[in-house]
Design a protein around this ligand. Sequence first.
Ligand code: DGU
Ligand code: CA
Ligand code: CA
Ligand code: CA
Length: 195
Amino acid sequence: CSTSGAQTTVHATIRVTSGTYDGGCQRFNAGSELGDGSQSEGQDPVFRVENGATLRNVVIGTNGADGIHTYNGANLDNIYWMNVGEDAMTIKSSGTTTVSNIEGYDADDKFFQVNAASTLNVTNCIIHRAGKALRQNGGTTFRVNVSFNRCDINSMGEGVFRTDSSVSTASLTNSRLHDAGTICIGPWASCSQSG
Ligand code: DGU
Ligand code: CA
Ligand code: CA
Ligand code: CA
């Protein structure tokens, strides 16, 4: 995908409930109905991916609103955020979310937000400028298992992984960090970097 592909404005969240939605590398910009891409909570996502469905080949344009929400597990492949909105991707209910081949810029606070007990496996990611790469929802103590493999994480204001749960786990493997702050913030049951 490039950032100069055909553009489309999304006036209502695009819901992917089964199979694969291939965005064809179009640039999907949130319309004002979804939000303004600021740090205001309560914005709607551009995409909602559910029940193990797959979203691929998507550029989220410069109004990113609340990004992508996943429910009951999902697969995201080849996604590019030109300017992350309130956050880039949120796990809204339990399941396994698999994220591959992504790149994103300018999350003022969180890139990945995890709001349910779940597993998140990320491979081949590039994250430029965020407060943190991943935040388990503040004050929650359920278990999240997160792995990042083959990522390049640069310019984090605070750090990479943050939780308030002492049963969650995180691992970062085969990755490059530049100005990424603290890798593990909070009482993680385990949190490691290797490779
Ligand atoms: O408790 O759940 O910032 O999903 C407050 C809310 C808040 C979430 C989160 C998100 O933590 O809205 O973007
Ligand atoms: Ca938020
Ligand atoms: Ca932003
Ligand atoms: Ca959000």
